[in-house]
Design a protein around this ligand. Sequence first.
Ligand code: UTP
Length: 292
Amino acid sequence: MTVLKAVIPAAGLGTRFLPATKAQPKEMMPIVDKPAIQYVVEETVGAGIKDILIVTGRGKRSLADHFDRSFELEYYLKQSGKLEQLQEILKISEIANFYFARQPEPLGLGHAISVSEKFVENSSFAVLLADDLMATNSKVLSEMVKLHNDTNKVVLALKEVKKAEVPLYGCVDFENTENKNLVRVKQVVEKPSVEDAPSNLAIMGRYIFNSDIFGYLKKVVPGKSGEIQLTDAISYYLNDHEVLGYIFTSERYDIGNKIEYLRTNIEFALQREDLRDEFLKVLAEAAEKYLH
Ligand code: UTP
């Protein structure tokens, strides 16, 4: 079944980014001059998916407003001859069909995805986490969609991480296939200790599911904090079905933590022709000033 729908959960509390996330979702934090979620939406559309559900909680308005028309702003830009900016903001609302659903309480990523059941119906669908950004023009999601179309199987995005970093991720136990970018996932373990980790292949925030996952999400027993973990549902799913892991080596940016967020801004700015030269000078001056 081809993948025509995507779900972007954006209802987390973003506690690692307080106070910036007190009144705005983490997903709206800018990387250079675009909110993080816009990069993820563009990646989704680049993989041929046009129906996008954003799961929101608090701060719903800014997310919905960002992807909606803004007649006042459009009028102002037109009147003042700022036609380039006008085209830029018109593009945002036209790029895809946006739907919104509310997660009443932040009860975990698994719970956020279960909110999308009505939108998904019986289709296959992609899930993208907006705090994981892929390199510009990344083909990871397109490759995962292709893989799903060919096999009809659930596909997880995997990337090798340093052994010391496995406690930050969900990690997989796997079997190789004849394709070096493709593994059969045997087991998933959420945030294992370095000693207990089955491998250093970590699940990154891109998934292709089919609607069977909702039944498995319902079986998940909430953890101590009441959270429903997506990895638990994937574990149950694995008891009955084969799951594929697509290993990618291209860059990925975890903007959920401060240092990586800053690095992402620097790299994305340096990749922009309009900013690169001037910004490099700024960085060199800052390095001279602060490096001792
Ligand atoms: P994270 O755990 O990275 O986000 O969830 P968080 O909980 O907002 O961040 P911290 O740890 O408190 O700083 C991964 C993604 O899942 C969404 C988040 O918005 C984020 O995009 N999420 C998480 C939900 O939509 N609902 C939840 O209940 C939890």
